[in-house]
Design a protein around this ligand. Structure first.
Ligand code: PBG
Length: 327
């Protein structure tokens, strides 16, 4: 049957019918809100390139988590900026480190907020690379040892889930072993398995003061021209014990999200990264787009592509629009 008996517009012609046939809707349960934790007390610094996002000291991060929780979001992912960075990222493994303190303080006040931590050295090294350098190159096997120690210290502090984000080979299996050996077999690993060497991370690197001093991350993060390699990465990490596979960034990589979703049976997360956030905010400030509408369209498209979990700086804003009956 064709036109005129078939008319696609019949199922679009009022709000109620559109709601009945809508295939994808966002819910508060989809979202994880990222937080940047910095040293000090009562510190709240606006990140210039990310309007509405702040670096916060632990005490204020606790207050922020209360707000996030009451907005209806159950989960946060933490990034740390230490007092002092070092050559290897060792400072990220300390039991009294910035993230370890944050985990303890947040859990004490709000035991039911689900805390995920980014496990990586780039926030902790002076040179901004994701691990110790040997002849100017990040040493894979030394790096994964540090990641194992960092993940274990987060586990001891009470984290709910760890998310290694550095793209070293073998780190998921290494971390899984270390956690299991110390009795933390119930802590899941969300692997940033398909992480591209992307210029969309620019604002994050301002936020975490983690831009590489020399060179770039192309020696470990993926080439954005590749897609089959992403499937390979995802499957290796699943074999090593990853519970959730993440694709990052999200918007320019929805084809990859869909492929991983269709080819695997693990939950898929997508990271709507800093540059994607900043572009929406900047164009909205200029009056060139409607920031709220564009935000909801982007987030819905990420879910439509197959993401079960969306990590986004927009999370709180999106969820408050949902509460008002967005669709
Ligand atoms: C690495 C890490 C990065 C992001 C999350 N984890 C930066 C990088 O790889 O350079 C980027 C997130 C974003 O841009 O929002 N610890």
């Amino acid at each position: 049957m064709f036109f005129p008996s078939v008319r696609m517009r019949r199922l679009r012609n009022c709000r109620a019918i559109r709601a009945l046939v809508r295939e994808t809707v966002l819910t508060p349960d989809d979202f994880v809100q990222p937080l940047f934790i910095c040293p000090g007390k009562n510190v709240k610094q606006q990140i210039e390139s990310m309007p509405g996002i702040f670096r916060m000291s632990v005490d204020l991060a606790v207050v922020e988590c209360l707000k996030i929780r009451s907005a209806g979001i159950k989960s946060v992912i933490l990034f740390g900026i230490p007092e002092k960075k070092d050559e290897t990222g060792e400072v990220g493994c300390r039991d009294d480190g910035i993230i370890q303190q944050a985990i303890r303080s947040i859990k004490k006040e709000i035991p039911d907020i689900y805390i995920i931590t980014d496990v990586c050295n780039c926030e902790y090294t002076i040179h901004g690379h994701c691990g110790p350098l040997v002849n100017g190159v990040v040493d894979n096997d030394k790096t994964i040892q540090l990641l194992g120690r960092q993940a274990l210290s987060h586990a001891k502090a009470g984290v709910d889930m760890v998310a290694p984000s550095d793209m070293m080979d073998g780190r998921v299996g290494y971390i899984r072993n270390i956690l299991d050996r110390d009795g933390y077999h119930d802590i899941p690993i969300m692997s940033y398995a398909v992480k591209y060497a992307s210029s969309f991370y620019g604002p994050f690197r301002e936020a975490a003061q983690s831009a590489p001093g020399i060179g770039d991350r192309k020696g470990y993060q993926m080439d954005y021209s590749n897609s089959r390699e992403g499937i390979r990465e995802a499957f290796l990490d699943i074999e090593e014990g990853a519970d959730i596979i993440m694709v990052k960034p999200a918007m320019s990589y929805l084809d990859i999200v869909l492929k991983i979703k269709e080819n695997s049976d693990v939950p898929v997360a997508a990271y709507n990264v800093s540059g994607e956030y900043s572009m929406v905010k900047a164009a909205n400030e200029k009056g060139w787009i409607d920031g709220q509408k564009v935000m909801m369209e982007i987030l819905t498209s990420i879910k439509r592509a197959g993401a079960d979990i969306i990590i986004s700086y927009h999370s709180v804003d999106a969820v408050s629009l949902l509460a008002k009956g967005w669709y």
